[in-house]
Design a protein around this ligand. Structure first.
Ligand SMILES: Nc1ncnc2c1ncn2[C@@H]1O[C@H](COP(=O)(O)OP(=O)(O)OP(=O)(O)O)[C@@H](O)[C@H]1O
Length: 257
């Protein structure tokens, strides 16, 4: 469970990334965060695993006050939260399975990290994660020989091998073509359903957010301006989130209504 209570984040230059945000996200929800560029989507997402420090209010994850964590406790807390980025963050020159096995490193003793000794169980776990995202047959290929969509799936498998309760994804499909973007969104939906992992993702493509996420959070100038079911998002809601700068494709989306 993720609980924001009157959370604000003011950057050192005085910009308010978040402004009095109160939110409750239950285990197993699939939430898309939408809003204009600069609205505060990344700040919201990254405050959950403390990549950004909040400056007011309280933020709790499964009852733990995120701001109170330090050192070892913070590292172990972060291991329970997967993070997916737009640019995949893979090591291109090494194999897919080694990339997935990297998720095991933070919990490994030093003597195994240096020579890269992984146990049979860890390898099986990594292969199972690749299987869950449908790219098991790519396990021994070099990561940089894969397409963008496949690379994002490797990143997703690496996160799954961490066995997280929550996955945060910051613009995970922004670098992908429309067909591949749909496939990757489908992977998130499948993982969410099958493994009951909470998924929060930032996304610029409104139509993908509405098609795959169950809940939409609209953010504008650091404030939550909409929070509800994807099925209840209409043109008026989007106007409230985006104002004059409605994203491309929104007109077509609601043409039939
Ligand atoms: N490190 C920083 N220092 C100062 N201001 C920042 C910093 N990071 C973000 N901001 C500002 O905080 C506000 C929210 O930024 P944020 O990156 O959360 O928006 P976003 O909705 O994710 O945007 P985008 O869709 O372009 O990624 C913006 O005005 C941004 O300029």
């Amino acid at each position: 469970m993720i609980e924001f209570s009157h959370v604000s984040k003011e950057y050192s230059n005085g910009v308010k990334g978040l402004d009095d945000v109160t939110l409750h996200i239950g285990q197993g929800e699939f939430v898309a965060i939408i809003g204009l560029s600069g609205a505060g989507k990344s700040t919201l997402l990254r405050s959950i695993n403390r990549m950004h420090e909040i400056t007011a209010g309280t933020l709790q994850v499964n009852g733990t006050d995120v701001a109170s964590l330090n050192g070892k406790k913070l590292r172990s807390f972060r291991r329970g939260i997967g993070m997916i980025f737009q640019s995949f963050h893979l090591v291109g020159r090494t194999t897919v399975i080694k990339n997935v096995l990297m998720s095991k490193v933070p919990a490994m003793p030093f003597w195994r990290v240096v020579p890269g000794i992984f146990t049979k169980e860890e390898k099986i776990d990594a292969l199972e994660a690749l299987d869950k995202v449908g790219i098991l047959e790519k396990a021994y290929m070099r990561a940089d020989q894969l397409s963008g969509g496949q690379q994002q799936r490797v990143a997703l498998a690496r996160t799954l091998a961490q066995h997280p309760e929550i996955i945060l994804a910051d613009e995970p499909v922004a670098a992908l073509d429309p067909v591949t973007a749909r496939q990757v969104m489908g992977d998130f939906a499948k993982i969410n359903k099958e493994l009951n992992i909470t998924i929060l993702l930032n996304i610029h493509h409104v139509e993908l957010a509405l098609a795959y996420a169950e809940r939409i959070i609209g953010i504008r100038s650091g404030k939550i301006v909409f929070d509800g079911k994807a099925s209840s998002v209409d043109k008026a809601v989007l106007a409230g989130i985006y104002g004059e700068e409605m994203p491309e494709g929104v007109e077509e989306l609601y043409e039939a209504v």
